[in-house]
Design a protein around this ligand. Structure first.
Ligand code: FAD
Length: 478
């Protein structure tokens, strides 16, 4: 297998002519077949569809200087999760008579070259509110419109279009969940079933001189010599997402009674929540389809919980943060962010490293940080505990530094949600009860009285438990 660096062997001046219309479907997030309006539109009436994914060095280039295996922006677990999702997508496309065309390089350059080389008259991709994609998409859209190519970029990553909510609110994002709910109402698409399957897709057209490769492995991307020790138990891909979704919604009682923040953050054999966040992050699972499945369950039970604590309520939190993030300049930093309290945080890198490397001396905090490094996922309340500890709870380190660590290591790392929750936990925005902190000892003890979670993620303490019961006593394991 080879990753193409995507330099076609001939000049781009003479496009390959195909008879009939052709579309380019650009996958970025939205790595799924079900409820994918961009893919549906791309295939409508088209003789050929080119499904393209670009391996972007901005996110994927190995960084040997980073504090853990991975690139400067993404830990290896998330990179692996993405590659698994691409393999799954490619398999699904092949079943429908198509395949994924994988390139490597700066996405806008590659997309423009593809548009120049292939005789494409429609460019389709899911709308993305992240600042990185906003800038990237502008370049590609500009080229497409000057070349007379139709661009279709629907909002399908979230339940609502953040721009609509902001417009309804007079141009500003709502800053409370309740006001968001009032403005949002019911999603417009919710009254009819979403399309969840396709019977076939138009074939891929002539790719000309492009070298097309299969989905690369982590080794082919330049990541070598990393053992299974760091391997997250969660596998990427739409198939896995739909399987996990079915497992969750089949338990109607569990769905109907779901109530967050109740739930055990130390439950690691069977997590207390759905663990669908990494699939939502990459769009292996449509949040709209998830929402529709949940409302189906609600319609078939006598009573169920409601937002903000219900499962639908969790999806609405996701949309809430997307909306505020989209409508707030400098949402990801303290300076220049009008909704963020200006707090003289410390930039103590030694404290930050102790937190990041699970060396705080508090087993509950350290175990959560190990789970983050190894699994790339932790329960919501566990995230609360370590984010509070790093910032207002104990270390007084800047929330942006903790945000960066989460951003790199989480497999569900999501620009809007991660920044939104760090603003929340550091009492910089949304939530201001600065003195309501999580004890790094008694909070963990409440859920993990026998230290099972701590022993699992900090096996070094297993031996210490036997040898030094006093250590155990002082550090709150018994
Ligand atoms: P479930 O409880 O099963 O919820 C279903 C879905 O609802 C989730 O998958 C998620 O998409 C959404 N959701 C749940 N809680 C929240 C929330 N508080 N805010 C927004 N959406 C929510 N979540 C991310 O997806 N990416 C992040 O980068 C991220 N960073 C976080 C950082 C901090 C400091 C904190 C405290 C929370 C963060 N969260 C993040 C939110 C939350 O912890 C996770 O979404 C959740 O734990 C994922 O597990 P789940 O899929 O089992 O959630």
């Amino acid at each position: 297998m080879r990753i193409s660096h995507c330099l076609p062997k001939t000049s781009f001046s003479s496009p390959i002519m195909s008879s009939g219309s052709a579309s380019l479907m650009w996958f970025r997030k939205g790595l799924r077949i079900h409820d994918n309006p961009a893919l549906e539109y791309a295939s409508k009436g088209a003789k050929f569809v080119y499904p393209v994914f670009v391996v972007d060095p901005h996110y994927m280039e190995p960084d040997p200087t980073a504090f853990s295996p991975g690139s400067s922006r993404a830990g290896l677990n998330r990179i692996r999760f993405l590659l698994e999702s691409l393999v799954d997508l490619d398999l699904s496309l092949k079943k429908l008579g198509s395949r994924l065309l994988v390139f490597k390089g700066e996405p806008s350059e590659i997309l423009i070259r593809c548009l120049q080389e292939w005789d494409v008259n429609k460019l389709c991709f899911e709308y993305d509110t992240d600042p990185y994609y906003q800038a990237l998409d502008m370049k590609v859209k500009d080229y497409a419109s000057t070349a007379g190519i139709e661009v279709f970029s629907p909002v399908s990553h979230t339940l609502f279009n953040p721009a609509d909510i902001i417009q309804k609110n007079g141009g500003k994002p709502p800053l409370t969940y309740q006001s968001f709910l009032k403005l949002a109402g019911q999603p417009s698409w919710a009254s009819s079933p979403l399309p969840v399957s396709l019977s076939s897709l138009p074939p891929v057209g002539d790719v000309g001189n492009f070298e097309i490769s299969e989905v690369p492995t982590v080794e082919e991307l330049g990541y070598k010599g990393y053992g299974q020790e760091e391997l997250s138990p969660f596998r990427g891909g739409e198939s896995e997402a739909l399987k996990k979704l079915r497992e969750s919604i089949n338990d109607k009682e569990w769905v109907a009674n779901f109530e967050k923040p109740k739930g055990d953050p130390s439950a690691y054999l069977t997590p207390a929540t759905t663990v669908l966040s990494p699939y939502l992050k990459f769009g292996c699972l449509s949040s709209r389809y998830f929402y529709q499945c949940l409302t189906d369950v609600y319609n078939n039970v006598k009573k169920h919980t409601a937002p903000p604590v219900s499962l639908v309520g969790q999806l609405l939190w996701r949309d809430f943060f997307y909306t505020v993030a989209f409508g707030t300049p400098n949402f990801d930093r303290m300076k220049g962010n009008r909704i963020c309290k200006q707090i003289p945080w410390s930039n103590d890198d030694e404290l930050l490293a102790a937190w990041r490397e699970a060396r705080t001396g508090y087993p509950w905090i350290d175990a959560i940080m190990v789970q983050l490094r190894k699994w790339g996922w932790m329960h919501h309340l566990a995230r609360h505990c370590v984010a509070c500890f790093l910032t207002r709870g104990d270390m007084f380190v800047h929330w942006e530094k903790g945000r960066d660590v989460f951003d790199r290591l989480l497999i569900d790392s999501d620009w809007a949600i991660n920044n939104g929750n760090w603003l929340w936990l550091s009492c910089s925005s949304f939530f201001y009860q600065y003195n309501r902190i999580y004890s790094p000892v008694s909070f963990g003890k409440k859920y993990d009285p026998n230290g099972n979670y701590i022993r699992h993620f900090l096996p070094v303490l297993k031996g210490m438990l036997k040898l030094h019961p006093l250590y155990v006593f002082f550090f709150g394991l018994v």
